[in-house]
Design a protein around this ligand. Structure first.
Ligand SMILES: Cc1ncc(COP(=O)(O)O)c(C=O)c1O
Length: 363
């Protein structure tokens, strides 16, 4: 194999989409492909989801949406995070729905005849009209719609997934805001608030559409939730090559700062992946890898481009493939395992795989 590789299993992606689509039916599915499809490669993932008939694709910013259109993907796209320089005309020309969170965005959209989905903040304190702003924003949007300057296709919000009670409160407020939108003369056909966790755990949050990211990639949405038990398969396998093998005596220091020294004679294998590639330095000496299906500990500090594995007395050779995370069914650690080793979440593990790592697509 090459020096480094993130192998993207498109058959697993298709299977996850089917499993999730069936689980949330009759709600529509929006596949979230922001941030290079959580590190999996936006165009490859989006094209596969589109071929598979996903209803919608979702991204954070307009640049990400335009990348999908430039690749010839014609599936409906929603983009929901904009700066003050939002180019609403580009969205309208490329048939991209704008998730609109401010009056300025609404006016920019109305000036060019864009289609919007109104984002309301029901408690996360991120983007979206607050309850206080929403009433006048709805009135303004309805006025634009009546005047033929704008189409309001949807209304949406986002949950904190803090607790059932916290989500209950957000869902109840969302229902009130939908009523207020109707009172203002709007009739948004798409009402949505759930991402993977709520879509799978609370049917009352599914409404017309669910926005699915992490579940599509087969990664846990919460610690202790096993994707396999949900019928989901990890889509990414991150692997690096062994680039050096060294037999060393007891007491040998390993990598920067000698946070580890060998306790006996052993064999160290050097792997060509580091924190520049998204292997979290915070996981130093806590990560594990699989070589030929056997699990070994990562030892010493993870450096920018490389780290060490203690393979004991096992025969390991230059060029051997070392899997950091992938499908546990193959004997590999999961992204969730590395997340726990680094004190973070599986989302961050897959999303931060660096640009230097080629994505190769299989299936
Ligand atoms: C607005 C919005 N919707 C949906 C998602 C997808 O969430 P998940 O990956 O948990 O399914 C995200 C991701 O953070 C998001 O920001």
């Amino acid at each position: 194999m090459s020096l480094r590789e993130a192998r993207i299993d498109l058959a697993a992606l298709r299977s996850n989409l089917r499993v999730l689509t069936a689980a949330v039916a009759p709600a529509l599915v929006l596949g979230v492909v922001k941030a290079q499809a959580y590190g999996h490669g936006a165009v490859g993932v989006a094209r596969t989801l589109a071929d598979e008939g996903v209803d919608w694709l979702g991204v954070a910013d307009l640049g990400e949406a335009l990348e999908l259109r430039a690749a010839g993907i014609t599936t409906p796209v929603l983009s929901w995070l904009h700066g003050p320089d939002l180019d609403a005309a580009a969205a309208a020309q490329s048939d991209i729905d704008l998730g609109v969170s401010t009056v300025d965005q609404l006016e920019r959209a109305a000036a060019v005849g864009a289609t919007v989905q109104l984002k309301v903040d029901t408690g996360l304190s991120r983007n979206g009209f607050s309850s206080a702003e929403a009433i006048s924003a709805f009135a303004r949007a309805a006025d634009h719609e009546r005047g033929g300057r704008l189409r309001v296709r949807g209304i949406f919000s986002h949950l904190s997934n803090t607790s059932r009670e916290d989500d209950d409160r957000q869902i109840a407020l969302f229902a009130e805001l939908i009523d207020a939108a109707h009172d203002a003369g709007l009739d948004p056909e798409l009402r949505h608030i759930a991402s993977t966790e709520a879509a799978l755990t609370r049917p009352d949050a599914r409404l017309d559409l669910v926005r699915l990211g992490i579940g599509l990639y087969g990664v846990e949405y919460d610690e202790g939730v096993d994707p396999a038990e949900l019928g989901l398969t990890p889509v990414m396998e991150l692997a690096g090559s062994v680039t050096a093998v060294r037999r060393v005596p007891a007491g040998t220091g390993m990598s920067y700062g000698f946070i580890d020294r060998t306790s006996r004679e052993t064999t160290l294998a050097l792997v060509a992946l580091g924190y520049a590639d998204g292997v979290p330095r915070a996981a130093s000496r806590r990560g594990t890898v699989a070589i030929h299906g056997t699990t070994y500990p990562q030892v010493g500090r993870i450096a920018m481009d490389q780290f060490l594995v203690d393979v004991g007395d096992d025969p390991v050779a230059i060029g051997d493939r070392v899997v950091l995370w992938g499908d546990p069914a193959t004997g590999a650690p999961s992204a969730g395992d590395w997340a726990r080793a680094a004190g973070t979440i599986g989302y961050e593990i897959v999303t931060r795989v660096g640009a230097r790592v080629p994505r190769t697509y299989a299936g």
